[in-house]
Design a binder for this molecule. Structure first.
Ligand code: SF4
Length: 446
């Protein structure tokens, strides 16, 4: 496909190499300083397409794509920013490193028990890169897919990007995944995620996916990706695009559902011809494309933007799927908004779109216990409450159970909520649930 974009070759920019581009001089001295300080803590990466097409440079720093790409001093706490800046000026590498590490720890690098409660083992051996939180779904993090075409400043998986990545297909990982799945026939869905699996070349991706096609109990293969927005060339004009699309066709021909879980944050990401062509090319393979993203302060807090995104998605053939609440990790003090506000945004956007776009669910929190939907703010028995519901849960018996939390106009995350009506705990908060070794029992017993 020719002529859709002036950016044909993917070229990433780091916090160093961005200084050699024309864009560096568009940053104010304060924004350049923030790059010096904040980008030592949070990973920075972008590319020509994001810089040259998605960001409106006449509207910085408020432009939403600029905000989700470039660091801002307020993404650290004021005392953290000042202390780190002083250490950088003093030039003491080990003191800088210690300070950065203490900020990382403060930022809750592995939210919702990802490291402690979702891991799996096979024949007594811990398997790296596989998480099994919900009975029917396994998450797989291929070693070669742990980076992205650009990094989001709000990323909830930022801890994956600190350090060097091995961009090689790892056959051992693939074999371990298959062996695990052979023993877990309750698993119907495999979500390949990252980072961004679409950073891998088609051959590597095929190396991971093709062995799954022989497992009859695996019905669906999902691929979580932001490439549809950050590098749609992946599905249109990369040198192995045809090979990639042929892989998608093979997955569908093998009788599997292939769902591309597209991470779209803002309608501007679907306004480019190449982004629309990417949607068409994905759909032409027989794969489905779903749209999901968190609602984030400074980026997409306008209901009209969500309505425009979902409406355009439906027109192009992408299905609105989830609006998430920004997780309690990374610079969440900068990006998070009260849950009440997130609900208002969702409700206003949902009310303004047609029924075809009302496939979307939200706002949803990916908590330790499961995916909790904020389903309303009501007054029940004289008390103002959040009406909550599990869409997905560690224990399948909790799914679609409605429960109530006392209304708190300031709460930004599930952990800040308290049960309504004077209850001491939510129905699922028992010792059995919070004891790590009992989680697999819950998975089996449903
Ligand atoms: S694309 Fe996803 S994983 Fe990558 S930086 Fe953005 S939020 Fe994080």
């Amino acid at each position: 496909m020719q002529g859709l974009s002036p950016y044909d070759r993917y070229k990433p920019y780091t916090s160093r190499s961005i200084r050699e581009t024309q864009y560096w001089h568009k940053l104010t001295p304060q924004l350049q300083e923030a790059m010096d300080v904040v980008a030592r803590v949070m990973p920075f990466r972008t590319n020509d397409y994001v810089l040259g097409t998605l960001i409106d440079w006449d509207n910085i720093p408020d432009d939403p794509i600029f905000r989700m790409t470039f660091p801002h001093r307020d993404m650290l706490l004021p005392e953290e920013y000042d202390a780190l800046k002083r250490l950088i000026e003093a030039g003491d590498p080990s003191a800088i490193k210690r300070r950065i590490e203490s900020i990382w720890l403060r930022m809750n690098p592995h939210p919702a028990g990802q490291l402690t409660h979702n891991g799996v083992s096979l024949d007594g051996k811990i398997l790296e890169g596989i998480q099994h939180k919900y009975r029917e779904t396994v998450l797989f993090f291929p070693g070669a897919g742990q980076t992205c075409h650009a990094y989001c400043t709000f990323c909830f998986r930022w801890a994956q990007f600190i350090g060097e990545e091995e961009l090689k297909f790892n056959a051992r990982e693939s074999q371990e995944l298959v062996s695990y799945l052979q023993q877990h026939t309750e698993v119907t869905d495999v979500l390949i995620t990252g980072g961004d699996p679409m950073i891998m070349n088609a051959r590597s991706l095929a190396g991971y996916i093709e062995p799954l096609l022989t497992l009859p109990h695996v019905n669906s293969i999902r691929i979580g990706t932001k490439s549809v927005a950050y590098w749609p060339q992946r599905f249109v004009s990369d040198k192995d695009t045809l090979e990639l699309l042929a892989l998608f066709e093979r997955i569908v021909a093998a009788g599997k559902n292939l769902s591309i879980m597209g991470h779209y944050n803002h309608p501007v990401e679907l306004r480019q011809d190449i982004a629309r062509q990417a949607v068409a090319n994905i759909r032409a393979t027989g794969a489905t494309l779903r749209m999901q993203a968190p609602v984030i302060r400074h980026i997409n807090e306008n209901p009209a933007d969500w309505a425009a995104l979902w409406t355009e998605g439906v027109r192009l053939g992408a299905t609105p799927y989830y609006m998430f609440v920004e997780r309690d990790t990374g610079p969440s003090h900068y990006f998070a908004m009260p849950l009440a506000r997130a609900f208002e945004i969702f409700q206003a956007a949902y009310r303004s779109v047609s029924g075809l776009a009302r496939t979307v669910r939200g706002p949803s929190m990916s908590t330790f216990y499961g995916k909790v939907l904020i389903n309303g703010i009501e007054t029940v028995a004289g008390e103002k409450v959040f009406v909550l519901q599990f869409l997905q849960a560690r224990n399948p018996k909790w799914v679609l159970r409605t429960f109530y939390a006392g209304f708190d106009p300031h709460a930004t995350w599930f952990d800040e909520l308290r049960p309504a009506f004077g209850e001491r705990a939510f129905f699922f908060q028992s010792d059995a649930v919070t004891t790590p070794e009992l989680i697999p029992v819950l998975l089996q017993s449903a």
